[in-house]
Write a new protein. Structure first.
Length: 744
């Protein structure tokens, strides 16, 4: 760490939202130093003592990346006048600053902070304006003091601003008494950060606050694994491992959390399930709304049969009996589920359902969880499909009645979707939170048609919505199983069904679209993968290398996404003088990189640009699994611009890059809902739980024209044999049964 001190000569650039600033520090001996970092309250004329890392920027030269700093108020008259004249306090410009300093001299800063009423002696300052200036000066002092205090506990400047804005002056009491409260209140402060602060303060490992926060943290981690709840014993085991505290300490705190409505307990069979309150209520609300929608719509059988015959004549498509049943059930059910694997005629059936309702002059909305899935739905049906978030009109505008309301969906119970039929594709991807929002926006009388493949992996987010709904037995379900003749000519389709049936795959490479290349060494597997992506597959499938996707079961290891992405980036988007790059943690982002958003960000703004880059549409929300190309790195503003599917451009600050990952290779789980011209799957070994049948099935069914597996035939065989999917704790089906029993 290097240190520097001097006056702020001028501010080069400042982002008012996050405090990121580029400033020039005037050092002794008429030297100057550019400093970059988060400076929430720094203004021209202040004296700074800063420390950080000295770097050399290729364009802007030598600069100090500031990690910590302390402000000193200006002492001499010139420095005070420069500080006030810079606009540090609203309402004071250069001329007024000169008059104030002429009157009060080196006592000016004390007057501003302690006796602002004396400012009325200056021409142009009323009593009201003097009071406003005094309040501003006091606020800056409090902010300055808070930043110094928080830095002592290793809290970054950026996070410090968030903490101060949330708590104000009460932050001192909270950090001294219960730093774990920050983990509950402030996004960006996790349990581990709060725990580190607590250890510096000297809070005991068996502190009530620590145990409570640790339990909530374990439930939060479980949501990241897809669980809606955890059995109490498993929660205690996880928390004991995290906290180093005996589980016997935890029962009391769990009951306190129930009383505080942080968690909900309920008995499921022989276990006691512990839910975060939000998850519990989302499942209950979803179950209630689904049952309210699930009313029969009587249809005249003769009219129905006649309309289906007319549909067949109009389209030239002959529906088999099970497809006809699906159309009839879609017409007669309030909630209908259509499921089936590849090649079983789901698209034909959906199109028949759409045409039936169009002939009835019904208003039909089509949607899917991701932009890519929505685009596929549009191509398959010829009708406009949107993401569920866009259909529900995600907005960041505050509610009139709740000015500080977070982003929300405009479509809800009070403002439902104005549709007669809502059709959702790729339902296996929909988690309980999104389902809860969707179902609230569908009014009674509207038909809800859910389409998906229950053999796919469940959603990345918590819950197992599609499978739980089917398992409940409460809704009309039609499963398509027959592979149609045209689809049966594709070995991708045939082999996908073989995998589901647990049958061995032919690996003789006589196929036109399904290949297995036997290799036993990780580096050789990677070399073959590269050759396929760069040289072999683009011309074979008629797609650029960028569109060919590497899928792997795991994140870590020799063939995990982390290592694969580093290698693939080096060969597919190598360093160049024409491409700017930025190092973030242990990753390098480079212009032209293929990237993926790895968490839902409901606040991220995006725009669609027309000719000459002029915005023609805008919105908010970038979601887990969205893929795009990193188009620009702006070192000066410290931002990167990513173009996502549908031509949506989003701008990330360097501090937000933790939300992005390279995506030359992605986990199979993250590929849900996507379809690629070709898929390459490197496969040697890995944890048993990640080498499962439904994981392999999901990977294979992501490919449109070609699948190539490179690696071990023994591992491939083990995946087909392992028909135990990753278990997840969800209970939507139980909620549905309970509500049904209550009304009988």
């Amino acid at each position: 760490m290097e240190k520097a001190s001097g006056y702020v000569d001028h501010i080069v650039y400042r982002n008012e939202e996050n405090g990121y600033t580029v400033l020039v520090l005037s050092l002794t001996g008429k030297k100057e130093l550019t400093c970059v970092g988060t400076f929430p309250s720094v203004s021209q004329g202040l004296y700074l003592e800063a420390e950080g890392e000295m770097t050399t920027h290729p364009v802007y030269g030598k600069q100090l990346q500031v990690r910590a700093y302390e402000e000193k108020l200006p002492q001499d008259k010139d420095a005070i006048e420069r500080y006030l004249g810079s606009g540090a306090l609203k309402g004071i410009g250069p001329a007024l600053a000169a008059r104030i300093v002429r009157r009060f001299g080196e006592d000016t800063m004390r007057v501003l902070e302690e006796e602002p009423a004396l400012l009325v002696q200056i021409k142009g300052i009323s009593a009201k304006k003097a009071d406003e200036i005094g309040q501003q000066a006091a606020e800056k002092i409090m902010m300055r003091r808070a930043m110094v205090f928080l830095q002592k506990y290793g809290i970054s400047l950026n996070l410090g601003v968030k903490i101060y804005q949330h708590y104000g002056e009460s932050l001192y009491r909270i950090i001294q008494e219960n730093p774990y409260k920050m983990a509950e209140d402030i996004h960006g402060v996790g349990f581990l950060t709060a725990d580190e602060i607590a250890s510096r303060i000297g809070i005991h490992v068996d502190s009530d606050f620590r145990i409570r926060s640790g339990l909530l943290y374990c439930l939060s981690l479980a949501q990241g694994e897809g669980h809606v709840y955890l059995p109490r014993e498993e929660l205690f085991t996880r928390a004991a491992r995290l906290l180093g505290v005996d589980p016997s300490y935890m029962e009391k705190h769990l009951m306190d959390m129930v009383l505080d409505r942080k968690v909900v307990l309920r008995e499921i069979g022989e276990i006691t399930a512990v839910y975060p309150s939000r998850m519990y209520h989302q499942e209950k609300n979803t179950a209630r709304h689904l049952l309210e929608l699930n009313v029969r719509h009587p249809a005249d059988p003769a009219h129905l049969e006649r309309r289906i015959r007319e549909l067949e004549n109009e389209t030239g498509m002959q529906l088999d009996p099970i497809q006809k049943k699906a159309v009839a059930e879609a017409v007669g059910s309030g909630v209908f589920i259509l499921t089936g694997g590849p090649g079983t005629g789901k698209t034909t059936t959906i199109n028949s359902i759409i045409r039936y309702f169009q002939a009835e002059r019904a208003v039909i909305f089509l949607a899917a969880p991701t932009g890519r899935a929505a685009k596929r739905m549009t191509e398959a049906t010829g009708q406009e499909a949107r993401t569920i978030h866009r259909m529900l009109e995600l907005t960041g505008m505050p509610d009139e009645d709740v000015p500080d309301a977070p982003v929300h969906f405009e479509r809800n119970e009070e403002n439902p979707l104005e549709a007669d039929v809502v059709i959702i594709d790729e339902m296996s991807m929909v988690d309980i939170s999104l389902m809860n929002s969707l179902i609230q926006a569908v009014s009674i009388g509207t038909r809800l048609i859910l389409v998906g493949d229950e053999n796919q992996l469940p959603s990345v987010g918590p819950g197992n919505v599609l499978r739980d709904m089917i398992r409940s037995g409460a809704f009309s379900v039609v499963e398509l199983t027959r592979i149609f003749r045209q689809a049966s000519q594709s070995d991708i389709v045939v082999n996908a069904h073989r995998i589901l049936a647990g049958e061995a795959l032919p690996l003789d490479n006589k196929s036109r679209d399904f290949f297995f290349l036997r290799r036993q060494d990780a580096d050789t597997v990677i070399a073959v993968t590269l050759k396929l992506i760069r040289d072999k597959l683009p011309s074979y499938v008629g797609a650029p290398s960028y569109d060919i996707q590497v899928l792997t079961p795991m994140k870590k290891g020799q063939l995990g996404v982390e290592r694969l992405n580093q290698i693939l980036q080096h060969y597919l988007n190598p360093p160049s003088e024409n491409k700017r790059e930025h190092e973030s943690g242990d990753r390098i982002f480079r212009e032209g990189d293929k990237v993926m958003q790895i968490r839902n960000n409901y606040q991220m703004e995006w725009e669609i640009r027309g000719k000459y880059g002029i915005p023609v549409d805008e919105g908010i929300g970038v979601f887990n699994g969205d893929m795009g190309i990193l188009r620009e790195i702006n070192d000066f503003a410290q931002t990167v611009t990513v173009e996502f599917e549908e031509g949506r451009f989003a701008e990330y600050s360097f501090k937000e890059l933790e939300e992005l990952e390279l995506a030359y290779a992605v986990t199979i789980h993250k590929s849900q809902g996507s379809e690629y011209p070709a898929v390459v799957m490197p496969l040697l070994s890995g944890p048993q739980m990640l080498l499962s049948r439904n994981l392999l099935y999901t990977a294979v069914t992501r490919a449109k024209k070609c699948v190539t597996i490179v690696g071990s035939d023994q591992t491939l065989a083990r995946m087909i044999e392992n028909d135990r999917p990753l278990g997840r704790y969800s209970s939507l089906d139980i909620c549905i049964h309970e509500l049904m029993a209550a009304v009988q």
